[in-house]
Ligand binder design. Sequence first.
Ligand SMILES: Cc1cc2nc3c(=O)[nH]c(=O)nc-3n(C[C@H](O)[C@H](O)[C@H](O)COP(=O)(O)O)c2cc1C
Length: 193
Amino acid sequence: MDVLTAIYQRRSIRHFTDAPVPASLVHELIRAATQAPSAVNQQPWVFGVIRGRRRLDGYSERAKAHLLAILPQALSLHRRADTLASHEYNVFHHAGTLVFIAARPAPHHPEEDCCLAAQNLMLAAHALGLGTCPIGFARPWLNLPAVKAELGIPGSCHVVMPLAVGWPAGQSAPVPREPPEIVCWQEDARPAG
Ligand SMILES: Cc1cc2nc3c(=O)[nH]c(=O)nc-3n(C[C@H](O)[C@H](O)[C@H](O)COP(=O)(O)O)c2cc1C
């Protein structure tokens, strides 16, 4: 698949089949992520892999409970409170695999580098027939010091992008995009004619 096709076809996937993602493919996705550019080639990313629906279902409940507890501080989440409070809502959309990208402390905005790595991973997954969904809802919980200690995430690392990964169950409708707003385009005057 060429890169433009992957860019235009990729969708956030929220329905997955029961088929497991082989560990070799998870490694391939992580290798693709590390091909992203990074400031002064600092490569500040580290990766975490959590596998197993039962385990992720349990973490989903805990991530939801944490989000609901911090709602007064995270005002932007308020309109999602009903969704989060619903017993049916699974933060990871019942995916069997979660890959998260975390930033080591680094001098040059390591979070941006991790986001570029995440986009590489999502496009590579799409090219391999896999589906992904960024899971911002899981980030506050994954960054709790106690949770980091439990999962073996170094305390100095900051989880930037959790990504649910699995085999898509069916098609996802395209999500429309606004036309780009180009606020600046300057160039030398062209010679007349
Ligand atoms: C930083 C970030 C956090 C996101 N968090 C969630 C999330 O917690 N749950 C979810 O279902 N989708 C999440 N998404 C997916 C967006 O809803 C999705 O990318 C957007 O609606 C555009 O759809 P598309 O990815 O299919 O193009 C997140 C996306 C980003 C970039």
